[in-house]
Write a protein that binds this ligand. Structure first.
Ligand SMILES: [Zn+2]
Length: 236
């Protein structure tokens, strides 16, 4: 029960401000609970986009890094090979709705269509899911959570790469906040973000981090993801 309340708090705070409980890992008592590895998850929204996503996949493959991709459903057509490649190379694939709509204040029919159509497309392409959801803008009405049959993922490190469009600044903003069990948000539709992502992987791998999917990150922390719950990091 307490965990449910914690995640509800996370959701409530997330709607008000940034992500909670995200941010750097609390120092007190954290060491004893950490896995032997320093795990971190890097996630990419708003793709797939042919040039940038393909280059990112090449870079991740070279580095042996896993990532999580939250795809816009309507962009899958024509990029099916990239999406298959994500799955084949050990990345996690999730949904970011069909049209990138804000899931707040919309009808339940629209919400179910936006999520359902993307889910069906991914199932047809990759096989059975479930495909976890990243609500656009990290926002979803608490009242609609019961409709969503999958875990939802927010983030704990947001460098606002879409605004900076500057590799060095995006990299610095992520590295400043990097800590075990965090979830990094980037967008694989910008060249600057792809460049930053690969540099971030290089730097953090050099510091002993291992890049895993969000699902792997939660599992490593003993979290059993539940449908309709919004997770912000691997911290509990
Ligand atoms: Zn988005």
């Amino acid at each position: 029960m307490w965990r449910g309340r914690l995640f509800f708090l996370c959701l409530a705070l997330a709607l008000l401000s940034g992500c909670a409980p995200g941010g750097p890992v609390a120092e007190a008592g954290a060491d004893a609970q950490l896995p032997a590895d320093k795990l971190i998850a890097i996630t990419f929204d708003d793709g797939p986009r042919r040039n940038t996503t393909e280059r990112l996949l090449d870079g991740l493959q070279e580095r042996g890094a896993s990532a999580t991709f939250f795809l816009i459903g309507k962009q899958i057509e024509g990029n099916e090979d990239l999406v298959r490649r994500m799955q084949a190379e050990g990345h996690q694939v999730g949904s970011h709705t069909w049209n990138h709509v804000r899931l707040q204040g919309i009808s339940r029919e629209t919400l179910q269509r936006e999520v359902g159509r993307t889910e069906e497309t991914l199932e047809a392409l990759l096989g059975g899911g479930p495909y976890w959801l990243r609500p656009p803008y990290g926002a979803v009405d608490a009242a609609d959570r019961e409709l969503l049959q999958v875990p939802m993922i927010k983030w704990s490190i947001d460098p606002r790469d879409w605004e900076k469009l500057n590799t060095a600044q995006v990299k610095a903003a992520v590295l400043e906040n990097a800590a075990p069990n965090q979830i990094i948000l980037l967008h694989d539709i910008y060249d600057t973000s792809v460049d930053a992502a690969l540099e971030i992987v290089d730097t953090l791998q050099g510091e002993g981090y291992r890049f895993v999917t969000v699902q792997e990150l939660l599992e490593a922390n003993g979290i059993q993801p539940e449908a309709g719950v919004l997770y912000c990091s691997g911290d509990i």
